[in-house]
Ligand binder design. Structure first.
Ligand code: NAI
Length: 351
C-alpha cells in the first residue's frame, strides 16, 4: 500500500489541510498550514489518541491558527502550522512513524517546519530529521525562557492594574510546579514575591517549596488561595465557569496554553474585575527561543531582549482592550492580526 496525501477542504481560513497516510508505517496524520503570510508555517507535532479523525482535524485546525497568532504577536517572521499524528494504541514503531512524517514534511518543500509538542520527544524529531531538514533540532529546555517571559507579562499587567510593576510583597499562586512553574517560582522569589504553589506531584511541590520558599496547598485549593496573582502553569481550560467565581486575585498571568475553557470565560474574568494576561502573549518565551536559535540565529542578548519585549506587547494589548472596551483576549487577537498584516507586507516588499 502506498503513502497518500489528501487535500481536505474544511471551510476555514487555512491555506492547506492535509490528511496524510502511510499504511506500512502505521501512520495517519493531519498537517494543517494556517498561514504562510509572514513566513514558513512553524508549529510542533502532537502525537495523541483521538476519539475520531474529525476530532484530530479540529485540533489541528485550532492549534495551527493559534501558532499564526502566537508567532505574529511575537513579531517572528513565521507563519502558523501544526501536525497531529493519530495514535492508535497498537504496537508502534516510532522510527517508522516519524520517518513517514518527515517524508510528508519534506514533500511540502519548506512551507512547514516542525518540532516537539505534546506526546513527542527529541528522539522522534531525530527520526523526522532523517527525512527532512525542516525540523527543529534539540534546543534544550525552553522553560527558563518561558518563565522569564511570564514574569515580564506579570509586571506589565501589574503596572496596568495597580500603577506599579513591582511584584515585591505581592502574593502569587502558581498552579503547576513543573518545568515552567519551578523556574517561575524562583524568578518571583528573587523579585520579592510571596508564593503559594500546588501540584499533583508531591515531589515537584517539595522541590519548589525548598528552592523558592513557597507555601504549598492541595491542588484543588489553589483556585481559592487569597493572592494578588494566579499563574496557571499546568493544564489548559483551567479558567472556566466553575473556577472563575472562586478566584480571589486581581490578575491572572501564567504559562499554560489555552487557559480559557471557552471564549465566554474571558468575559467572566472581566466581569469579576480580574485582569487577564492572554496566554499566548505571556508564554511566548519558548517560541521566541525556538525561532531565535533555530531559524533566525540570534545571539543570546537579542533573544533576551525579544523576551523582555513581551512586557511592551502586553501593555499594548491591555491598552487596546481598555480603549476598545473588549476583554484582553479579544484585544490580543486584534493586535496579532495587525502585526500579521504588517509582517506580511514586509515580506511581500522583500520578495
Ligand atoms: P510540565 O509538564 O513540566 O509541568 C506541568 C505540571 O503541572 C506538572 O508538574 C504536573 O504534575 C502539574 N499538574 C498537572 N495537573 C495538575 C493539576 N490539576 N493541578 C496542579 N498541577 C498539575 O510542563 P511545563 O513545561 O512546565 O509547561 C506548563 C504549561 O505551560 C503547559 O500548559 C505548557 O503547554 C505551557 N507552555 C510551556 C512552555 C515551556 O517552555 N515549557 C512554553 C509555552 C507554554
Amino acid at each position: 500500500m502506498t503513502a497518500t496525501m489528501e487535500e481536505l477542504s474544511t471551510g476555514t481560513d487555512h491555506e492547506r489541510v492535509l490528511l496524510c497516510r502511510d499504511p506500512e508505517a502505521g501512520y495517519r496524520a493531519v498537517i494543517a498550514i494556517h498561514s504562510t503570510a509572514a513566513g514558513p508555517a512553524a508549529g510542533g507535532t502532537r502525537y495523541w489518541t483521538y476519539p475520531s479523525e474529525d476530532e484530530a482535524i479540529t485540533d489541528a485546525l485550532r492549534l495551527s491558527r493559534g501558532m499564526t497568532y502566537k508567532n505574529a504577536m511575537a513579531r517572528l517572521p513565521l507563519g502558523g502550522g501544526k501536525s497531529v499524528i493519530l495514535r492508535d494504541g497498537k504496537d508502534e514503531d516510532r522510527e517508522a512513524l516519524f520517518r513517514a512524517h518527515g517524508r510528508f514534511i519534506e514533500s511540502l518543500g519548506g512551507v512547514y517546519m516542525t518540532g516537539e509538542d505534546v506526546g513527542t520527544r527529541p528522539a522522534d524529531m531525530e527520526h523526522v530529521g532523517k527525512e527532512t531538514k525542516h525540523v527543529a533540532g534539540v534546543i534544550g529546555d525552553p522553560s527558563p525562557y518561558t518563565a522569564k517571559g511570564v514574569v515580564r507579562a506579570m509586571m506589565a499587567t501589574a503596572l496596568h492594574r495597580w500603577g506599579s510593576q513591582d511584584l515585591a510583597g505581592r502574593t502569587i499562586a502558581i498552579q503547576g510546579c513543573g518545568n515552567v512553574g519551578f523556574h517561575l517560582a524562583q524568578e518571583l522569589r528573587a523579585a520579592g514575591a510571596r508564593l503559594v504553589v500546588a501540584d499533583v506531584d508531591p515531589e515537584r511541590v517539595r522541590r519548589t517549596v525548598d528552592a523558592a520558599g513557597a507555601q504549598a496547598v492541595p491542588p484543588e485549593e489553589i483556585y481559592d488561595a487569597a493572592a494578588d496573582v494566579f499563574a496557571p502553569c499546568a493544564l489548559g481550560g483551567v479558567l472556566n465557569a466553575e473556577t472563575i467565581p472562586r478566584l480571589r486575585v486581581e490578575i491572572v498571568a501564567g504559562a499554560a496554553n489555552n487557559q480559557l475553557l471557552e471564549e465566554a470565560d474571558g468575559d467572566r474574568l472581566l466581569a469579576r474585575g480580574i485582569l487577564y494576561a492572554p496566554d499566548y502573549v505571556a508564554n511566548a518565551g519558548g517560541v521566541i527561543l525556538l525561532a531565535g536559535r533555530e531559524v533566525l540565529v540570534w545571539d543570546e542578548e537579542v533573544m533576551l531582549a525579544r523576551i523582555d519585549g513581551i512586557y511592551d506587547t502586553l501593555l499594548e494589548v491591555l491598552g487596546l482592550a481598555q480603549d476598545q472596551k473588549v476583554p484582553p483576549h479579544i484585544a490580543a487577537d486584534r493586535l496579532a492580526e495587525r502585526r500579521l498584516a504588517s509582517l506580511a507586507a514586509e515580506r511581500r516588499a522583500s520578495i
